[in-house]
Design a protein around this ligand. Structure first.
Ligand code: IPE
Ligand code: IPE
Ligand code: MG
Length: 233
């Protein structure tokens, strides 16, 4: 079965660090390696779109020190990883309400997203200050403005038109949604885009997620029957 779009809720960094008697930030740093490896693996599997949940709109509620360490890590990682990613054929895209970030970080994100790899092999969407509910509301706002401007009736609003205002509207729906870290929830990730995604909840903590873990998910995916409301026969 084709996999166009893989999405991952990268959870478990804090517990991974705790197991090693280290501060939570140590786990976030270790998680960067898993991101790097997952991107490589996605390319080798011929996946076209990879969405990674890096910071949710709810993560601002963490201790200020952890949040600011995460922001530093984002800045450092963008600086360090972008050139190599572009060489590999990765186009970066940041989704979420970026306005809440510092000017420095916003500029880095815009600059990284403006880089065009010579050869396009994979689009990586990094979700930061992202929430699926926020996404739907921002789309509703844009749709409402368009309706007012064009004098349209409420009946003119349908799913296809509404969808055009969501983040990732130009990308296929999520085929596989993986959450690492052992929790059974979606935590406000790509709610609309994952409507028919195959869900995988993995116990492995994100810094330990490797190519074998991904391979195991892909193997299980092959066994699933995606019916989309139809019947198998
Ligand atoms: C996910 O790991 C990373 C972010 C949310 C930024 P956590 O930091 O949530 O790790 P746990 O769930 O506490 O182990
Ligand atoms: C989800 O992880 C968000 C990210 C991985 C960025 P959380 O650790 O924030 O989720 P909850 O709070 O356990 O639902
Ligand atoms: Mg967590």
């Amino acid at each position: 079965m084709a996999i166009n779009h893989l999405a991952i809720i990268m959870d478990g960094n804090g517990r991974w660090a705790k197991q090693r008697n280290q501060p939570r930030t140590f786990g976030h740093q270790a998680g960067v390696k898993s991101v790097r490896n997952t991107i490589k693996a996605a390319i080798s599997h011929g996946i076209s779109y990879l969405s990674l949940f890096a910071f949710s709109s709810e993560n601002w509620n963490r201790p200020q020190k952890e949040v600011s360490r995460l922001m530093d890590l984002f800045i450092k990682s963008i600086d360090k990883e972008t050139p190599e990613l572009n060489t590999q054929g990765v186009k970066l895209n940041f989704i979420g309400d970026l306005n809440r970030f510092s000017d420095v970080l916003q500029n880095k994100m815009h600059a990284a997203a403006a880089q065009e790899p010579v050869q396009h092999r994979l689009i990586v969407n990094i979700a930061v200050n992202y929430g699926g509910q926020w996404d739907i509301v921002q789309a509703a706002r844009k749709a409402a403005i368009q309706m007012l401007n064009q004098g349209l009736a409420t009946e003119d609003l349908d799913q296809i038109w509404f969808q055009q205002h969501l983040m990732l509207s130009d990308q296929p729906a999520v085929d596989i949604l993986i959450r690492t870290g052992g929790e059974y929830r979606i935590s406000n990730f790509l709610l609309w885009q994952s409507a028919y995604a195959e869900l995988f909840f993995e116990d492995v903590l994100w810094p330990d997620f490797d190519e074998q873990c991904l391979q195991s998910v892909l193997d299980q995916y092959e066994m699933r029957d995606r019916r989309f409301g139809r019947i198998s026969e």
